[in-house]
Design a protein around this ligand. Structure first.
Ligand code: NAD
Length: 414
């Protein structure tokens, strides 16, 4: 099943429960525009290579298209379409005035020199320039794309349009118009939601064991934030495998060790952790499992082995629809990606506003501004979960689609 088929299944499920207008459903099932480009890049050895790139604009009913750009050798159109649709749904769950888009280039960036990466990025901007812009479509970083790449992106676009237009992209360095707080916003948004759940369920962080799949940007920061609140972080993994620590570990130390030794697995002797495979990590007995790696990690074959009581999806699409059903039958609470990781796009929206205003927030102000947005979204999703007796994922889709339906109808699009 392609990732986009998963998305369609999720829309279908929610549409059935809420009795969504079939015309609105049809709009959400089809991206508005799909752009495919071929980007010629002069390599360092003088040869020329042509890279395939995509930009999918799923919907702009709520505002300009918004969504990251992924540089990966396995990027394909189905994946980009799914990620673009999830952006439309996600922005609407948190009620921010943005639509959904996503982009990608089929490339392993680790094989390129810095100069080649810059020329590839600038070539991609020239290729998609007609369809992007600060009020039209605003890309951002995603897997393997960095603040440096976003700075090149903004510079190339500004040159093409002949004026400073840094608002064409978010996730830039602070020196070039990035927002303070953006690097921790995704994890912080998830933690704000967990705080609400902790209040409702009355659990004590000191007795709550957390395992993190994907000890990267989102996963590393969530470990730091939860550890500061007193949670016991007992396991972490990256693409090379995982480590578990019966008595918990200090995320700052593991992050420092990973930076030095390239993977958490090589840090086993440093803190007395036990090596486990990526599969085994998902099966560890814990209270909260944070999924912060990639898509399709929990699937029909391993969902039954998950022992956590709560699963927080910081990655996009880490649980397949089949696995969702299994987790729901096991009464495991899944906090869905379109809510749990929406803090990232919300602070990206703050970056757009700051660029337009040329007036910048402190980190504290940005994260304080994020808090009520996440809490309100959590409450709205809960109201629908109760109203329709459905899962949090279904309720998040319903919340989002209800809002989009109103916008689409009021605009007279139908
Ligand atoms: P990242 O590349 O910094 O981190 C991903 C981590 O996952 C890496 O440590 C990698 O080694 C690890 N990993 C890869 N395969 C794995 C596997 N099979 N098992 C365990 N670990 C594995 O990326 P990131 O920015 O932290 O993003 C992670 C996920 O969160 C992605 O799905 C991304 O789309 C999503 N997301 C991120 C943000 C953000 O602001 N960073 C916002 C929204 C969604």
């Amino acid at each position: 099943m392609s990732l986009f088929e998963n998305t369609l299944k999720q829309i279908e499920q929610a549409a059935k429960i809420m009795n969504l207008d079939p015309n609105v459903k049809a709009l959400m099932e089809h991206p508005q525009r799909i752009v495919e480009v071929n980007i010629p890049v002069k390599m360092d050895d003088g040869s020329l290579k042509v890279y395939q790139g995509f930009r999918v604009q799923h919907s702009n009913y709520a505002g300009p298209y918004k969504g990251g750009i992924r540089y990966h050798q396995q990027v394909d159109m189905g994946e980009v379409q799914a990620l673009a649709a999830w952006m439309s749904i996600k922005c609407s769950v948190v009620g921010i005035p943005l639509g959904g888009g996503k982009g990608g280039i089929v490339v392993n960036p680790k094989e390129l020199s810095v100069g080649e990466l810059e020329r590839l990025t600038r070539g991609y901007v020239r290729a998609i320039e007609p369809v992007i812009g600060p009020d039209k479509d605003v890309p951002a970083p995603d897997v393997n794309t960095t603040a440096q790449i976003m700075d090149w992106f903004a510079d190339e676009y500004s040159k093409l349009v002949g004026h400073d237009a840094k608002g064409v992209v978010t996730g830039k360095t602070l020196e070039n118009g990035g927002s303070k707080g953006r690097n921790i916003a995704t994890a912080q948004g998830g933690v704000y939601v967990l705080d609400e759940i902790a209040k409702e369920q009355g659990f004590d962080p000191a007795n709550t064991r957390v395992v993190i799949q994907g000890f990267g940007n989102a996963g590393g920061v969530v470990a730091q934030l939860l550890s500061k609140k007193g949670y016991q972080i007992v396991g972490a993994s990256d693409s090379q495998g995982g480590l578990i620590f019966d008595k918990g570990f200090d995320p700052d130390k593991l992050l420092a060790c990973k930076a030095e030794k390239s993977t958490v697995v090589n840090c086993d002797t440093d803190f007395g952790g036990k090596r486990v495979t990526n599969e085994e990590l998902l099966e560890v007995d814990c209270d909260i499992l944070v999924l912060a790696a990639l898509e399709n990690q929990v699937h029909a074959e391993n969902a039954d082995k998950v022992k956590a009581k709560i699963v927080l999806e910081l990655a996009n699409g880490p649980i397949t629809p089949e696995a969702d059903e299994i987790l729901s039958k096991k009464e495991i609470m899944v906090v869905p990606d379109i809510l749990a990781n929406a803090g990232g796009v919300t602070v990206s929206w703050f970056e757009m506003l700051q660029n337009a205003d040329n007036n910048y927030l402190t980190e504290e102000e940005a994260l304080q501004k994020l808090l009520p947005i996440m809490v309100d979204a959590w409450k709205a999703v809960n109201v629908n979960a109760d109203k329709y007796s459905c899962t949090l994922r279904e309720a998040a889709y319903i919340t989002s689609l209800e809002r989009l339906e109103v916008k689409i109808k009021e605009k007279g699009i139908l």
